[in-house]
Structure formats: structure tokens, C-alpha cells
Ligand binder design. Structure first.
Ligand code: ADP
Ligand code: MG
Length: 618
């Protein structure tokens, strides 16, 4: 019956012989012994081999030390903590720093029985409860071991009675029992000094010690300060961290946690990283008590322009829906884009690209761009979309077990898009118009490079374009003053505008009008006035990107401004301006030769403009 050619039976023959373990030399020795014994004795096989599994679980992916630490902060918040402290203690010399990490909280703590269960993989008191933050009974362990080979837990529900459990990957690897059982928690009346010192001695950073608000002073009674209940997760001698230096770890954790936990912080949670209080950082700028509100800016908040519950199907083919809450906030582009670049960038962080923020049960699980829902245009920096989802939609939003991001199912993206698409389009258009208007305002009160160049070239032109009538000559000053009123940029005084147009016979102006050709030419009082329409695709697809190139800003990149036609332009934008100014000059001159010519030229302008619009947008 058994054919030797059959690979499966060949395997059966092999397996019945002396088992050959091809393990590496640094593999857990206990695990090796257990495995060999089980193979030989055909003993009961445990579902998990603790000795090896615990080591593999060290690699369960956390993309960052901060996201691993967030697992402990999540647990602390779920345990009702009012205060959470994250520590990175750095000791040792440069190049061989030792970093111990820890998270302390004053939540409800764990009884010895709970502590023991919580130490085991899959051990959870919240398993698959989607109301909270935890779900799988893995987070605390995998997160701790992803940083350090040892996880020490201390938890208490009575002052001065600390229960300790420790998971030590190396020790477990040496276990020779087929089934590794956890010991009972150890009761301590004091925390070990190594752990206690985290709470009563300043960290090496922040270097300014006055910034550090310690939990306890060195001669306080620590047990008393630790109060009735709480938990400490201690990860000594971390060997896998994203950064080697405490300072960098602290900075990253502070910045990320400030945003991820903005809701709990806003609701009163005191969160510290290395003894420095973390303020909520709100990418939607809508919270009344977030970091940005302390800046010296007006206005301090964004404006809510849409709030909408949207039903989302739990699964693609399910009838059952659960509502999510979508809000759109418009940033005060008019005021904030006039702030110094440094404040916009470093203090407000407008250009960080956190257009969409998704919060699951009040905890942020995603912040970043979502170009499928918004656009890539630079106006996208000036609004924010906040999506609140319940745990029932974990599958629909592709929330991974370690809450490190989302992967929206296609139908969910479609649902969101059709719910807010129109509003987003309207907003994009409005912001583009505002940008264009402001750009025109920002232009300084003197002719631009291209306006000046066109003027310099005039004496070399074959045709004379700028002849004034004798009356015009006579009252030039007065007429120009009248013209200046219509060409004034908001940041100019009337006199400045007058100076500007007196200095240059060529003037480029901007206007936003959906129904207008892409340019217009007027020739008045010896001035050639070219007006560009910021609503036409000629402007958005060609003029604006080129204009940004001229400022050394990558088109569509993180620049807030639309068109600033700066005085000092360079590159292709100057040439394009000259194409347009020469067109304006020619059209102005020829239109002056008679009514028929004027009509034909105007017809050409309109038809050309429509044709170009169609070509650029289909
Ligand atoms: N800081 C803490 N305070 C109180 N209980 C905690 C704390 N951290 C963890 N626990 C308990 O340990 C259990 C396991 O935690 P974890 O491994 O993160 O899984 P999960 O959060 O998915 O339940 C939790 O269900 C909770 O009961
Ligand atoms: Mg958890």
C-alpha cells in the first residue's frame, strides 16, 4: 500500500528515525531538550512551545519604540489611570548607553491572580471587548519583549504591597519542562531600588532639571506617594530600540503620544515623558486646551465646517451598519499663513501632512495624508478630517492588533468619499481662491522681475506700443492715481501702488473668476495691464507650479502660498511672464487699431481660453 516514491511516506520513514534538530547554536537550550524529548517519547505536544515561541514573539512588529510603549499607556488608560509616566533612563558612556524603559500608572492595579493571568500570552481581562482599547491579551507582553528581553511587572492595590511578575526570555528558553507554567507573583514591601529610582531621581534628559516634575522627592516615603493602586511595567536594558539615545526616544514619544492621546489628555489625564508633562497636540486645531492654544496667535482654533454621522457597513456584504463621525475643520488660512514660516512649520506644524486623523474609541490609530479622500494640492494642508470610529469597525478599517495604523477596505473609502466628496471639492476651490488672493496681496510694492524686464526691452521693440494721448500725458499723475485704486494690493498703501505702477509700464494683476478667460489685457494711460485668472486651469496647472519653481519651492510641495509673484523671480516663470506680457503688449497695440481688430482679438482670447481649459482638464 505504501509506495516509496510518495514524498509523504518518505517523510513518515524519516520521522520515525532519530530526530535531527537543525537548530542554531544560540537557540534556547531548554527548548531543544524539550523538543527532542517529545519527538523521542511521542509525548503530548503543547499547542505552543513556550521556550521558542517567547523568543519569536520578540519580533512581533512594532514599527517604533513609541508605538510599543503606547500598548502600556493604553492599558493604563483602560485601568482608569489619571497619571501615566513614561521613562527612558540612560546610563553609561557614549556608544555603549544602557537604556531602561518603564511605564508607571496610578490606575486600578492588578490583584495577584489577575497579574498572573495578565502575564501569560493571550491572558486578558478584556478579550475581544471592543468598547476599550485592548483586545487580544498580547499587547503588554509583545510590546515589552519587543524592546527588552525582560519584562518586570509591579502592581499593587494596597499601599506598600507590591506584587511582581517577571517574564525573562532567556530564563524561559532554559526551562526543561514540556509545559512552562508561570510562578505565583512575589509580594514585596518595597520596590527594588532600580525601579524605585525611576520615580524619585531625575532622568539625564531633559537636561534642564527644572522641567522635570518628579513623582517623589528622594526623601519622600515612596510607598505613600505611590498610593492605593497602580502598575509599573519595567523593561531593563533594552536591546531593541528605534534610537540609541534617550533624548531622541523622549522627543519622539512626547510628540507622538501628545497627539495619539489628545482626547484623554484633554479630559484630564496627566501624561509625563521623563518627568515632563505632555500637552495634547491636536492636528485638527479644534480642542480648546491643546498645545497650539498657548501660542501667541489669533485665531487660536480651526473652524468646524462639517459634522456628519455616516453609517458604515460592518463587512462588505453585511446589512448591518455602524455610524462613524466625520468632522471637517478649516484652518484659519487667512491669518495663519501670514505668520512667520517658523511658527507655521515648527510650532503649528501645519505642513506635517496629518490631514486625516482616525480615532478608535477616542485613541488615535492613524494620522496622515489620505489622498484618495482629499487631494494632493497644497491647499490640503489647510483643512483636517477627523474620523471617529467604534471598535465594531476594526475589520472594516483594517485596524491591526497592535493599533499601528489602518488599512481601509475599498467600500469604506467609497462610503467616506461619497459622504464628504462634495464638501471637499468645495473646500479645495475656496482655499485655492483664498490662496491666490493672498498671494497677490503679498507681492511687494514694486515691479516684479518680469515686469521690469518687459519695460527694459521696450526701447528695442520694433513697434511703439505705449504712446499716450496728449490729454493723458497732461493728467497722467491723476489718472494713474485713479488706476492705482483698482490695482491696489491689500498690503499696499495707495501711494505705494501709485509708485509701483509709475515705475513700470507693465503690470500683472490677478483675479479669481470661474467664468472668465485665462487672461485679460487692458491698455490704459500708457500701462499694459495683464490680469491672470487664478480660477482657470492655465493658472493652477502651469502658472502656479512654475511660479513656485521660481522660488525654489517644489510645485505642489509643502508651500502654503498660492502664487506669490515675488519681486525677485527666476527661472521659467520669468519667461512665461514675458510670453504673457508680450502677448498683452501685442494685443493691446493691435486692438488700438480699430473696432474690428479689437473684436477679433477678444474673440480669440475667449476661444483660446475655452479650448485650453478643455485640453488641460480632459
Ligand atoms: N497598567 C495596567 N493596569 C491594570 N491592569 C493591566 C495593566 N496592564 C495590563 N493589565 C491587565 O493585563 C491584561 C493583559 O494586557 P495586554 O497584554 O495588553 O492585553 P489586552 O490589553 O489586550 O487585554 C489586561 O486585560 C488587563 O487586565
Ligand atoms: Mg493591552
Amino acid at each position: 500500500m505504501i509506495e516509496t516514491e510518495n514524498p509523504a511516506s518518505a517523510f513518515a520513514v524519516l520521522a520515525s528515525e532519530e530526530p535531527a534538530l537543525d537548530w542554531s547554536t544560540d537557540a534556547p537550550r531548554g527548548g531543544r531538550a524539550v523538543m527532542s524529548r517529545i519527538l523521542k517519547e511521542k509525548a503530548t505536544v503543547p499547542l505552543f512551545f513556550a521556550q521558542t515561541l517567547v523568543q519569536s514573539l520578540r519580533d512581533v512588529g512594532y514599527d517604533h519604540t513609541t508605538s510599543a510603549l503606547c500598548e502600556h499607556v493604553d492599558n493604563a488608560i483602560q485601568a482608569g489611570a489619571k497619571e501615566v509616566r513614561v521613562f527612558f533612563r540612560q546610563t553609561g558612556k557614549k556608544g555603549e548607553y544602557r537604556i531602561d524603559a518603564a511605564v508607571y500608572d496610578d490606575g486600578r492595579g492588578m490583584s495577584p491572580a489577575v497579574l498572573k493571568v495578565a502575564t501569560s500570552f493571550g491572558g486578558s481581562l478584556n478579550f475581544n471587548n471592543r468598547q476599550g482599547i485592548g483586545r487580544f491579551g498580547m499587547g503588554m507582553k509583545t510590546a515589552a519583549l519587543s524592546m527588552s528581553p525582560v519584562m518586570e511587572l509591579y502592581s499593587w492595590q494596597e499601599a506598600g504591597a507590591f506584587y511582581n511578575m517577571t517574564l525573562d526570555v532567556e530564563a524561559i528558553g532554559k526551562e526543561r519542562a514540556n509545559l512552562v507554567a508561570l510562578p505565583d507573583p512575589t509580594l514585596l514591601s518595597d520596590l527594588p531600588d532600580e525601579v524605585a529610582d525611576l520615580l524619585r531621581r531625575p532622568m539625564s534628559c531633559p537636561t534642564d532639571r527644572t522641567e522635570q516634575l518628579l513623582l517623589a522627592e528622594p526623601d519622600d516615603d515612596l510607598a505613600e506617594r505611590l498610593g492605593r493602586s497602580g502598575t509599573i511595567v519595567y523593561m531593563p536594558e533594552c536591546d531593541r530600540l528605534t534610537f540609541a539615545k534617550a533624548q531622541t526616544l523622549v522627543d519622539h514619544a512626547t510628540k507622538e503620544m501628545a497627539r495619539v492621546y489628545r482626547r484623554p489628555i484633554g479630559a484630564g489625564l496627566r501624561l509625563f515623558v521623563n518627568n515632563r508633562r505632555v500637552d495634547a497636540s491636536d492636528p485638527t486645531y479644534s480642542m480648546p486646551n491643546a498645545r497650539h492654544v498657548k501660542l501667541d496667535i489669533i485665531p487660536k482654533q480651526s473652524r468646524l465646517i462639517l459634522a456628519k454621522p455616516v453609517p458604515v457597513r460592518v463587512h462588505e456584504n453585511s446589512e448591518e451598519t455602524v455610524p462613524i463621525a466625520i468632522k471637517i475643520f478649516r484652518l484659519p488660512i487667512e491669518e495663519w499663513s501670514k505668520l512667520p514660516r517658523k511658527i507655521q512649520r515648527n510650532d503649528l506644524r501645519v505642513f506635517e501632512g496629518n490631514t486625516v486623523s482616525i480615532l478608535r474609541n477616542g485613541r488615535e490609530v492613524f494620522a496622515g495624508p489620505m489622498t484618495k479622500i482629499t487631494t494632493r494640492h497644497s491647499v490640503t494642508y489647510w483643512y483636517r478630517i477627523q474620523i471617529d470610529i467604534p471598535g465594531d469597525l476594526d475589520e472594516a478599517f483594517g485596524i491591526s492588533s497592535n493599533k499601528q495604523g489602518v488599512r481601509l477596505k475599498g467600500y469604506v473609502e467609497e462610503t467616506i468619499k461619497s459622504a464628504i466628496g462634495e464638501e471637499i471639492t468645495r473646500l479645495n476651490d475656496e482655499l485655492k481662491r483664498v490662496q491666490a488672493e493672498m498671494a497677490a496681496e503679498r507681492a511687494p510694492a514694486k515691479p516684479t522681475t518680469s515686469e521690469a524686464k518687459a519695460a527694459e526691452a521696450d526701447p528695442f521693440q520694433r513697434t511703439q506700443a505705449l504712446l499716450l494721448t496728449p490729454e493723458e500725458e497732461a493728467q497722467l499723475e491723476e489718472n494713474l492715481r485713479g488706476l492705482a485704486v483698482t490695482l491696489r494690493r491689500n498690503n499696499e498703501t495707495e501711494d505705494e501702488t501709485l509708485e509701483r505702477i509709475k515705475a513700470s509700464p507693465y503690470v500683472i494683476a490677478f483675479r479669481h473668476d470661474e467664468y472668465w478667460p485665462f487672461y485679460d489685457v487692458q491698455q490704459r494711460f500708457g500701462r499694459v495691464i495683464l490680469t491672470l485668472n487664478t480660477a482657470h486651469p492655465f493658472f493652477t496647472l502651469l502658472y502656479e507650479p512654475l511660479s513656485k519653481l521660481g522660488q525654489g519651492v517644489e510645485a505642489g510641495a509643502d508651500d502654503a502660498a498660492g502664487v506669490p509673484p515675488p519681486t525677485e523671480q527666476s527661472g521659467p516663470i520669468v519667461a512665461l511672464d514675458l510670453v504673457l506680457l508680450s502677448l498683452a503688449r501685442t494685443q493691446g497695440r493691435l486692438a488700438g487699431t480699430g473696432e474690428d481688430a479689437r473684436k477679433l482679438l477678444d474673440l480669440m482670447r475667449r476661444e483660446w481660453s475655452d479650448t485650453l481649459r478643455v485640453q488641460l482638464t480632459t
